[in-house]
Design a protein around this ligand. Structure first.
Ligand SMILES: Cc1cc2nc3c(=O)[nH]c(=O)nc-3n(C[C@H](O)[C@H](O)[C@H](O)COP(=O)(O)OP(=O)(O)OC[C@H]3O[C@@H](n4cnc5c(N)ncnc54)[C@H](O)[C@@H]3O)c2cc1C
Length: 424
């Protein structure tokens, strides 16, 4: 593999500090470094150990549909009552989540859904191309796979039942074709014959290992002269227009001249300290990865709208991921992994045995399914990049591009007004 070329920091560019070494922080750090900035990443843990480590790995150019849709109020009770269903609220968390759920429901109004889809579309559209570019000639390059993603239904009637979401996707530039009957099994022999209809997303892809992808980009960043501080940031305090003081875990003080807050589900503490509170929730999701199994893995990632899960063939095994659980930082619920295992068995009946491993992560989610991307409205030199909910892996490259444009005081490639921090 060819060595990455060297990027020399430019003396006339400000030094950048990023809190958070998940996919958003690392891709942003690497992008800024490639543009000649000197960048320091700070994380309380090693890079890619939080939400970015265990996601489904899909580069979801199609991911424009928000979670909150018209009719959600009618569907939610049924989902909550189903123990292996896609939605759950931990009893201890019920009262706490109510205000967030109220705003979530308000986001389901048709005109807001339209607004959200049109904001998400440019953030996601070129995700595969952007990752190919970011990883070109590096050790991460083989981890990016350009591939169709199948959305598998029992029959055409079930597909047509989801007409609202397909119409929304079509309106916002998502492309797909459909298959029925034996053509589904011909394309994907591993899939159950119970699925007789599929929509095949084009212009998509996946990574063979989301954790290794971010770690590998981080290694390139360090190799090219980036800096990393492994410490929790406890507090931030703007001093003047070009100085922000960070208090680190060991009580050390750190001076930043430009700061990007990119710490996923933990970002709310910093916006609050800066006088810009946001309703950021830790929307929990789970995966189960089956390795060493008997039978053939699927060729492509497969989404099942009825189970609300997605299965991805990864280098670590076959991963099935999904679930929306509200429970803050309470311990994981083991029954979620059991439910995922059952879904895997029903989608891929020829797969047996295997070694399962499970994981839970905290998606950084705002009630309108949009991230916060932009400059602080109160403090020059502070920037935000968090809240990427279900599509943080896919939207990291465009988020990073926008960050670099904002820092350079250039017009942004996409409209970022829907992502402003003071929209709530
Ligand atoms: C089950 C599941 C499946 C998913 N599938 C997909 C998918 O297929 N495609 C897709 O695009 N997205 C997917 N996502 C969403 C995606 O994983 C997230 O949107 C993304 O990982 C968020 O990245 P992040 O960098 O913002 O946050 P994180 O990865 O959580 O990183 C935040 C970092 O901030 C650090 N931090 C926090 N507080 C502090 C502090 N005080 N001081 C220092 N450091 C701090 C943390 O240690 C952490 O490293 C999925 C999520 C889940 C849960």
């Amino acid at each position: 593999m060819k060595q990455v070329s060297s990027f020399t920091p430019s003396a006339d560019k400000p030094a950048i500090t990023i809190i958070g070494a998940g996919v958003i922080g690392v891709v942003t750090a690497r992008t800024l470094q490639q543009q000649g900035y000197s960048v320091t990443l700070i994380d309380k843990d090693d890079p890619a150990e939080a939400c970015s480590s265990g996601n489904a790995g899909i580069l979801a150019a199609y991911g424009v549909v928000p979670l909150s849709l018209p009719g959600i109020l009618k569907k939610a009770p049924g989902m909550l009552l189903n123990p292996s269903g896609p939605l759950s609220i931990r009893r201890q968390y019920l009262l706490r989540i109510m205000p967030w759920l109220w705003q979530f429901w308000r986001a389901s109004q048709p005109e807001r859904v339209e607004h959200i889809a049109s904001a998400l579309s440019p953030l996601l559209r070129h995700t595969v191309r952007d990752y190919q570019q970011l990883t070109r000639d590096t050790s991460a390059q083989p981890l990016i796979v350009s591939s169709p993603v199948l959305c598998a239904y029992k029959d055409e009637a079930a597909y047509l039942n989801d007409k609202m979401v397909w119409d929304l996707r079509a309106k916002h530039g998502v492309t797909w074709h459909t298959l029925s009957g034996s053509a589904v099994q011909e394309m994907e022999p591993a899939l159950t014959k119970d699925c007789q209809f599929a929509a095949v997303f084009e212009n998509c892809g996946y990574t063979l290992n989301p954790k290794r992808l971010v770690k590998s980009l981080f290694e390139d960043f360090m190799h090219e002269g980036g800096s990393f501080i492994r410490s929790a940031v406890q507090h931030i305090r703007p001093v003047n227009a070009s100085e922000i003081r960070l208090q680190l875990a060991n009580n050390e003080s750190y001076k930043a001249s430009r700061l990007i807050v990119a710490c996923g589900a933990w970002s709310g503490q910093f916006t609050k300290a800066l006088g810009e509170p946001v309703p950021l929730e830790q929307e929990r999701g789970y995966h189960l990865t089956l390795s060493n199994f008997d039978g053939t893995a699927p060729r492509y990632p497969i989404m099942s709208p009825s189970h609300k899960v997605i299965a991805t063939p990864m280098e670590t095994g076959l991963r099935i991921a999904g679930m929306v659980e509200f429970g803050g930082f309470l311990p994981p619920d083991p029954s979620r992994a059991t439910a995922l295992h059952q879904h895997l068995r029903s989608l891929f009946p020829h797969i047996s045995a295997g070694t399962p491993s499970s994981w839970m992560g905290h998606r950084p989610s705002l009630p309108d399914s949009l991230p916060v991307i932009g400059a602080s409205k109160k403090h020059a030199s502070v920037f935000y990049a968090f809240g990427h909910q279900h599509v943080g892996l896919s939207s990291a490259p465009m988020t990073a591009r926008v960050m670099s444009e904002l820092i350079a005081n250039q017009p942004t490639s996409i409209d970022i007004t829907p992502f402003r921090v003071d929209r709530f």
